[in-house]
Design a protein around this ligand. Structure first.
Ligand code: NA7
Length: 554
């Protein structure tokens, strides 16, 4: 290559990172440690990702604060103190601001800037990334930190443009809030988001009508303020707790359950479920019995326990019955954590409308028509979920070798190696991409960041220009992602539109798009791949004019 050619193809940056949530910030910090010239592009005007956008009433974490957080810096662990077991969205945003300021991250972040395309240039071996403002940046590497649940899904209801009131999507809630006081509000959706929003909207609205298509298994989160003593203890043990999370199949520092649900007497089973209910949230799923996600009978015993709690809590038996999930397993859809969720249905100003048999037909100027009935509203709230896992990535025009579109590659379902890379898309890494674990995300994200950072560092040290998944390794991973879930009950939510399988989006390929083979196993696999010289990845060096494919990959 001549000097002049080299000048033409010299990239502006080593690394472009897309997104300034958990993934983007952790990646930026790691990139700086590695001496990479990096820049983050973020569509929002601030840091936080999910926690920047989801400002709806009641938005808070479903995982406990002390493991739903960054671990990359001991300073953060030492200096930040959580106020609640499950921090609310405003506290999460303060946390992100704290981290961004503490590490002076903002100077490398372009806010209010959306990446609209990224194309791999075969001749130079660089990516050209284009922003919505028309800026073009050439970079050696692109890392996406777009989040699994960030591309909002607004169902295609006819007539929305005719609605004369105000309407909001929970995931695009206005920064200065929405005035719901004294209003007639209708909310569509009873997933994790709707379940958080409903009790709080009911407190503000004159009347709240909930449109429910599929009832969920809601276990109370059991939120409470953090105690000073426990904060001291948790900070002291942070890295021990992190290791425990990394050893858990859902990356949570939980204790194992009590074996199979059938292994104990009915009385003991009841006692253990009561204990799990009092512990709250995901602990009910993971610390009661170990076979709830694999054994139908065990699962049904937990499901029936939850139904009994609904009957106990909700005064009107008909409403309790409508709220009771049936016909799919507990865990078949991502189970929400509740904050007085079922209690809210005892309020005078809340109405539950079952739209499973009488679907929403249209939005009218005055409200919503479901079946033959029209409901009148001042405000409609859409808590209708996300084009999960792939939506944010396919929303960007990403083109790899030969201009091939990522969107086309994933038409029949996403194809990646380890959820991190895709064949035909060299030097592009996807943090928490399709085929990576759906588990406690900060822990998964930081493991991905560590792996990607090491891979880039290795490549630079070895004079390698491109890293790319081999087709064989990708095929094998795609098959494994489907295989590991086959022995579980997790895909049985297909019938009830679970986003795990893409079934919540009309027309989307129905395949499991996350790794359910255990986050702990996944971390070990990724570590093993790196230890074996990036097995399954082709590492090539242009200068050497050779395809220096990793020995292990061949
Ligand atoms: P979810 O869990 O995908 O929930 C979306 C909700 O919207 C769910 O209750 C859907 O009913 C409902 N929905 C979607 N389309 C329609 C139509 N056309 N008619 C009626 N109801 C509809 O999204 P969330 O935002 O609550 O949670 C997403 C994740 O964020 C969550 O899993 C956590 O990981 C954090 P359905 O159940 O499909 O019948």
């Amino acid at each position: 290559m001549s000097v002049s050619q080299q000048q033409v193809t010299e990239p502006d940056l080593d690394l472009v990172i897309i997104g300034a949530g958990f993934a983007g910030l952790a990646m930026l910090n790691r990139a700086r440690e590695l001496g990479l010239r990096s820049r983050v592009y973020e569509a929002g005007d601030g840091v936080g990702g999910t926690w920047y956008w989801n400002r709806y009433p009641g938005a808070r974490t479903d995982s406990e604060c002390y493991y739903y957080c960054f671990s990359f810096s001991e300073e953060i662990v030492r200096e930040w103190t959580w106020s609640e077991r499950y921090p609310g969205q405003p506290e999460m945003l303060r946390y992100f601001d704290f981290v961004a300021d503490r590490f002076d991250l903002r100077r490398d972040i372009r806010f209010g800037t959306r990446i609209i395309s990224a194309a791999f240039d075969e001749a130079s071996g660089n990516w050209e990334v284009v922003t919505d403002g028309g800026e073009r940046v050439r970079t050696s590497y692109v890392v996406t930190g777009l989040g699994l649940l960030s591309a909002p899904h607004l169902p295609d209801f006819p007539g929305l443009e005719s609605f004369e009131g105000d309407w909001y999507m929970t995931s695009r809630w206005p920064q200065d809030g929405a005035d719901l006081v004294g209003k007639r509000v209708g909310i569509i959706g009873t997933g994790a988001t709707g379940v958080q929003a409903i009790p709080l909207i009911a407190q503000e609205a004159a009347h709240l009508t909930v449109f429910q298509r599929t009832p969920n298994y809601v276990v109370p989160a059991q939120n409470r303020p953090m105690e000073p003593d426990e904060i001291v203890e948790l900070k002291a043990k942070h890295y021990e707790i992190l290791q425990k999370a990394r050893d858990h199949s859902f990356a949570m520092p939980f204790n194992p359950g009590h074996g199979p649900a059938s292994g104990v007497s009915p009385e003991e089973r009841q006692r253990i479920y009561e204990e799990g209910w009092a512990s709250g949230g995901f602990r009910f799923l993971f610390e009661t019995f170990d076979d709830l996600l694999v054994d139908s009978e065990s699962n049904e015993s937990a499901a029936e326990f939850i139904r009994s709690k609904i009957r106990e809590t909700v005064h009107d038996p008909e409403i309790a019955d409508l709220l009771s999930p049936r016909g799919y397993p507990y865990g078949g859809k991502r189970p929400p954590a509740g904050h007085d969720y079922y209690e809210a249905y005892n309020r005078e100003n809340i109405t539950l409308v079952d739209v499973s048999s009488a679907p929403i037909q249209e939005i009218t100027p005055g409200g919503i028509r479901a079946g033959d009935t029209e409901y009148e509203f001042d405000v409609i709230v859409f808590a209708t979920g996300f084009d999960a896992v792939t939506g944010a990535l396919t929303g960007i025009d990403i083109r790899g070798r030969d201009g091939f579109e990522l969107k086309r590659k994933w038409e029949d379902g996403p194809r990646t190696y380890l959820g991190l890379t895709a064949h035909g898309f060299p030097n592009l890494f996807t943090i928490s991409g399709p085929g990576s674990p759906f588990a406690n995300l900060p822990v998964c994200i930081e493991k991905n960041v560590e792996w990607i950072g090491n891979a880039i560092d290795h490549a630079r040290r070895e004079g390698i220009d491109t890293i790319e998944a081999t087709r064989e390794a990708e095929d094998d991973w795609v098959a494994q992602v489907q295989d590991v879930v086959s022995g579980t009950l997790l895909t049985q939510g297909e019938a009830v539109h679970s986003w795990f399988t893409g079934a919540n989006i009309p027309g989307k390929a129905h395949v499991v798009n996350v790794w359910f083979g255990g986050a702990n196993n996944y971390f070990a696999i990724c570590d093993g791949v790196a230890e074996k010289g990036y097995e399954g990845l082709a590492l090539s060096s242009r200068d050497r004019g050779q395809e220096a494919e990793s020995a292990a990959a061949s």
